[in-house]
Design a protein around this ligand. Structure first.
Ligand SMILES: Cc1ncc(C[n+]2csc(CCOP(=O)(O)OP(=O)(O)O)c2C)c(N)n1
Ligand SMILES: [Mg+2]
Length: 344
């Protein structure tokens, strides 16, 4: 039995969060949760095809990082577990849902599906089915921001990139190669590890010689942090510092968020390998409940305000389903459309 890691402590009371920010963080996480619960329902009703990987439990990571950036302007690069990153980046729920249904109105025009969400407009660089595939793409995006600014003299090119990926992925080569280059060239990027302890059915400690991933930053001369990934205020505080450093030209940061997925690896996974005790311990750390408790305790929100947000988001998700159901399928005559960059 492997010992649970001791969480770094974060004094939530010291986090300066205004009422407006607190409610926005809450709304953003509730959107992620409700959207995904609806995905599960729709998947089991046969409305989606292929693999669907949900993010339930990990919402504080996506919200904490992306809301510390300039969503829609800065770049976000995801994995196959990409729905919530897309929503946080500002892709409308209806276009994400339509994509999952394979419809023409989806953000990837119905050609991508769950694992390949993309939106140039929202600077979402994509979901990627191969693990680690997004890391070099994100590193390239960070390079172009710097190159435009420094080599081409475009002062407005100050965008920061966030690359999200899992614990298992940090054992792949791209992780090491890209961290090396990003540190060498001081690229404006956040490498965000969603350490949910598992890579499908492989426990992190069984596959990784040094399970404390943030420590790997030091060999590249890069700052590395571990953070309670179930606490959106803690994640946001670390991300704000990293974004400020990146924007100031001081280079990349590795952030290891300790988190947990509340469901199986994908909706096709019976989730029989993780113990009941482990799951229950992590369910008790639900990031949405944690933020709600903080907002209530600090008198930044009332129960009624939180309920009103939930009601509003429920309607957004219902509307997304109606939109997706009523949207047309791609036309077979357009099979070769969007294959090359000149079709948009
Ligand atoms: C290059 C590559 N190798 C293997 C796989 C099969 N695979 C899919 S998900 C996964 C585990 C990834 O775990 P982690 O990085 O921890 O992400 P999580 O699913 O926990 O978010 C693996 C090995 C893949 N998709 N791509
Ligand atoms: Mg994992």
């Amino acid at each position: 039995m492997v010992q649970e890691r001791v969480f770094p402590t974060f004094q939530a009371a010291t986090a300066t969060v205004t009422k407006e920010e607190g409610l926005w963080l809450y709304e953003d996480m509730v959107l992620g949760r409700f959207f995904e619960d609806k995905c599960a329902e729709m998947y089991y009703r046969g409305k989606m095809f292929g693999f669907v990987h949900l993010y339930n439990g990990q919402e504080a990571v996506s919200t904490g990082v992306i809301q510390a950036m300039r969503p829609g302007e800065d770049y976000v690069c995801s994995t196959y577990r990409d729905h919530v990153h897309a929503l946080c980046a500002g892709v409308p729920a209806r276009n994400v849902m339509a994509e999952l249904f394979g419809k023409e109105t989806g953000c990837s025009k119905g050609r991508g599906g769950s694992m390949h969400l993309f939106s140039a407009e929202h600077r979402l660089l994509g979901g990627y089915a191969f693990i680690g595939e997004g890391i070099p793409v994100a590193t390239g995006a960070a390079f172009q921001s710097k190159y435009r600014r420094e080599a081409m003299g475009d002062a407005s090119s100050d965008q920061v990139t966030a690359a999200f990926f899992g614990d298992g992925t940090t054992n792949n080569g791209q992780f090491f190669e890209c961290l090396n280059m990003a540190a060498l060239w001081k690229l404006p990027i956040l490498y965000v590890v969603e350490n949910n302890k598992w890579a499908i059915g492989m426990a992190h400690e069984r596959a990784t010689s040094q399970p404390e991933i943030y420590k790997k930053a030091s060999v590249f001369g890069m700052p590395g942090y571990e953070v309670d990934g179930m606490d959106v205020l803690a994640v946001r505080a670390i991300a704000q510092e990293a974004v400020a450093r990146a924007r100031a030209g001081e280079g990349p940061t590795l952030i290891e968020c300790l988190t947990y997925r509340f469901r199986g690896h994908s909706l096709a996974d019976p989730d029989e390998l993780r113990s009941k005790a482990e799951k229950e311990a992590w369910f008790a750390r639900d990031p949405i409940k944690k933020l709600a408790a903080h907002l209530l305790e600090q008198k930044l929100a009332s129960q009624d305000e939180l309920k009103a947000i939930e009601k509003k988001i429920q309607a957004v998700v219902e509307e997304a389903v109606t939109f997706a159901l009523e949207s047309p399928e791609p036309d077979p005559k357009d099979l070769y459309k969007y294959v090359f960059a000149d079709n948009d």
